[in-house]
Write a protein that binds this ligand. Structure first.
Ligand code: DAH
Length: 358
């Protein structure tokens, strides 16, 4: 039998020096595995005389137990060290402050479109949308623009190339085609607003080739111009956040309404500031009228049963007026500094209860 004291010292040294759980496992196999040094010693017990076995048995069992315990203890130390190393790399400093201000702003056009939707929703209007690429029928014909009539030239239309059948699609020149789509697909009574992008070949301080409109449409059996005016005055008061407004309806021409009008609103200029609602001057703010009987017929509605009013206005212009934005083109220049200055906090959702614009 080998020198067991020396063997024990050797093994305990190896266990102490094992720097990882894998290295420790190697030591365990070397000592206690099937062919391990201690296991081989244990097997030799079988060949001993009973007296010898009585003496050596407890010694070997003691050795086996002490080595086993040393391995278990070392294992616990290594496991704890591994866990601590892992925790150190995954450490998060929960005392770091969160970013004080969210990055990014809501564009004034989005803000104003949401304000408009909130005001009209309060009056029972739902929102509808339609495609930016339209056909001639929805953009013109069904809206009572006669074929080859100069009214079609009123809008500097972007046309697509002719299709094989000769048809030319257009970038919609106004949101009015969605009136047609709504009347053709839904049953009256209707109360909808239709915000969206519109396109005309035009560019200067107050015109861009792409701009935004919001359309309004009410169809019912007893609708009249008084409803139109009341609705629009309520809207203007709410939108400009003023207690009273004075408006006037000035006769105008649109193919899709009869009678047609433009609505002007009183305003005054105090220093650099525009005050909308009262004042000594008039500003044109939107187009409107009673839906033309031909338009109702195009949509399969009987003009003797149904009538309604419609209106259309520029969202971008409303945004410029309300928030004092001087140049329309800046709205689409994608300049982060401009947006930082004119944009809105994403957490401030426009609503009538807590305020439209904060
Ligand atoms: N579609 C018109 C435009 O683009 C605006 C408009 C005027 C819409 C009168 C209407 C309306 O619905 O009744 O200039």
């Amino acid at each position: 039998m080998a020198d067991l004291k020396k063997l024990e010292q050797d093994l305990l040294g190896k266990i102490e020096r094992a720097a990882s759980e894998a290295a420790l496992e190697e030591v365990r196999v070397f000592a206690l595995g099937k062919k391990g040094v201690i296991s081989i010693e244990m097997k030799s017990l079988g060949k001993m005389s009973p007296d010898e076995r009585k003496e050596k048995g407890p010694i070997l069992n003691g050795l086996k137990a002490r080595i086993g315990e040393a391995i278990t203890a070392r294992k616990a130390v290594l496991e704890r060290a591994a866990l601590e190393a892992r925790l150190a790399t995954e450490k998060q400093d929960v005392t770091l402050p969160v970013r004080p201000e969210p990055k990014g702003k809501i564009h004034p056009i989005t803000q104003v479109a949401e304000e408009i939707a909130a005001i009209f929703a309060d009056m029972g209007f739902e929102t509808r949308e339609g495609p930016d690429i339209e056909d001639d029928f929805h953009n013109f014909t069904a809206l009572n623009f006669p074929p080859d009539h100069p009214a079609r030239e009123m809008h500097d239309t972007f046309f697509f190339n002719e299709k094989e059948n000769g048809e030319r699609m257009v970038l919609r020149t106004h949101t009015s085609p969605v009136q047609i789509r709504t009347m053709m697909s839904e049953k009256p009574p209707l109360r909808v607003i239709i915000p969206g992008r519109t396109y005309r070949c035009d560019s200067d301080q107050t015109h861009t080739p792409m701009f935004h409109q919001v359309e309004g449409l009410v169809i019912d059996k007893q609708t009249h111009m008084g409803h139109l005016r009341g609705t629009l005055e309520a809207f203007i008061k709410a939108f400009f956040e003023v207690d009273s407004v004075e408006t006037r309806l000035r006769p105008h021409f649109f193919p899709f309404t009869e009678p047609s009008a433009e609505m002007d609103v009183r305003y005054s200029r105090v220093g650099n500031e525009l005050r909308i609602g009262q004042g000594d001057q008039w500003m044109e703010i939107l187009g409107c009228g009673m839906v033309h009987p031909n338009v109702l017929k195009s949509c399969g509605l009987d003009p003797d049963e149904y009538q309604g009013f419609a209106f259309g206005m520029g969202i971008d212009r409303l945004a410029m007026l309300k928030y004092g934005i001087p140049d329309l083109r800046d709205m689409f220049a994608a300049d982060a500094r401009w947006l930082e200055h004119y944009g809105f906090d994403a957490n401030d959702q426009p609503n009538l209860a807590t305020g439209l614009s904060r």
